[in-house]
Write a protein that binds this ligand. Structure first.
Ligand code: SOE
Length: 380
């Protein structure tokens, strides 16, 4: 694995946990962790459960005791590492969004297609697909329970950037992250909406906003946000703080999307609602073990019913606690590792593939292009 911050910790937990709760056809060995700073990467390897550490990611690709490269670094490094790993015959798991541009994502997808022909597989880490309630939502849509989908309503609301003295981390630097709330969390709801509805977004009309244009630089920040100095130098924020867009889907549905890291009080409110001709479903990650379902065939005024998505018959949950005790944020990463290992063992393409993630990347690019086109704005 390359990188050991927030996502690195989540993925390490997943690799450690997957074989302890799931019967896997292959046993993952956490062989080596890479990072630039020798002391820090060695300390992280020991804390997160890796056998060794390297200070140059190329070494991971050269090592023949490594079969899979897990990429948990900022987006500007994804394409170079993923393509090198795939060309060396390694399987690849790459964090989302796949890349910082459509051009990079296309190159990565081409490398993944070529590698597949040689038996090496690539997957993009849209982890929320493996949240049991969202997997169940997909199952319900596939069963036809919703009928014709008319509305897709998706929000991803966080608040960790609301403080204007929150530090200027890589997530606020376009050259490293590609975009702001759009790619960081908007990408998740784009992927979830397309995956669950089974329809692709064919066009968008968008607006992006940056509320705080300069933030404190320097310092040794831990985690996502925190508070930087108030008196020291400040640097430019080069990404969006909030992204909003309307969308049309290939099957005729229309969508409304919102992603922000400025929604005070909302911590990880990844929300999705689908209204179909026969039924609706609704999900909020802040109540992640529940899926709300309204069926027009129920008795009149029955309202939405809450499905507690923790039954053994629900996706993934049978491998955890005995009587529906409930799961958390980290479990989706474990399920992602499980599905990837099983796909590799079965020599099947894991999903989402790089081609699927390229589809999300094209929507991100369309949102940016639409937002930049001020001629589409109508004064009121
Ligand atoms: C920060 O907004 C973040 O960590 C995202 O980068 C992750 O993809 C998401 O799972 C949680 O929030």
């Amino acid at each position: 694995m390359i990188g050991y911050a927030f996502m690195g910790a989540a993925h390490s937990h997943a690799w450690r946990t997957a074989p302890r709760f799931f019967d896997l056809p292959l046993a993952p060995r956490m062989t080596a962790l890479a990072g630039r700073n020798p002391e820090r990467v060695a300390a992280a390897a020991s804390k997160l459960g890796w056998e060794s550490s390297e200070t140059d990611w190329h070494r991971l690709i050269e090592r023949d005791d490594i079969d899979l490269i897990d990429i948990c670094v900022p987006g500007n490094l994804h394409s170079e590492i993923a393509i090198a790993a795939l060309e060396a015959g390694k399987h690849v798991l790459c964090e989302k969004p796949l890349a910082n541009s459509v051009a990079e994502a296309e190159l990565m997808t081409a490398a993944a297609e070529a590698a597949k022909a040689r038996g090496a597989f690539a997957m993009c880490g849209f982890s929320y697909r493996r949240t049991p309630a969202l997997s169940l939502a997909k199952r319900l849509v596939e069963s036809g329970a919703l009928g014709q989908i008319r509305h897709v309503r998706a929000q991803y609301l966080q608040d960790w950037l609301t403080d204007e003295n929150a530090p200027l981390t890589w997530r606020l630097d376009k050259s490293k992250s590609g975009s702001g709330s759009l790619g960081d969390i908007g990408a998740h709801i784009i992927d979830a909406a397309q995956w669950i509805s089974g329809e692709n977004i064919t066009g968008v009309s968008a607006m992006l906003e940056t509320f705080v244009s300069e933030r404190p630089v320097g310092g040794d920040f831990v985690g996502l946000g925190g508070t930087g100095g108030t008196d020291g130098p400040r640097g430019p924020v080069t990404v969006d703080d909030a992204a909003m867009f309307t969308a049309r889907f290939s099957g005729g549905a229309v969508g409304v999307f919102e992603a922000t890291r400025f929604a005070l009080g909302r911590k990880n409110a990844m929300r999705l609602e689908l209204n179909g001709s026969k039924a609706s479903l609704a999900f909020d990650f802040e109540d992640m073990n529940s899926l709300w379902f309204y069926d027009a065939a129920d008795e009149p005024d029955a309202g939405f019913r809450k499905i507690q998505a923790t039954e053994p018959s629900h996706p993934y949950t049978g491998n955890w606690w005995p009587v529906g005790h409930g799961l958390g944020y980290e479990h989706a990463f474990t399920h992602q590792a499980v599905d990837l290992i099983e796909a590799i063992a079965n020599r099947e393409q894991p999903t989402p593939s790089f081609a699927d993630a390229l589809g999300v990347q094209r929507v991100l690019a369309a949102v940016e292009a639409s937002a930049a086109d001020e001629s589409r704005w109508t004064e009121a």
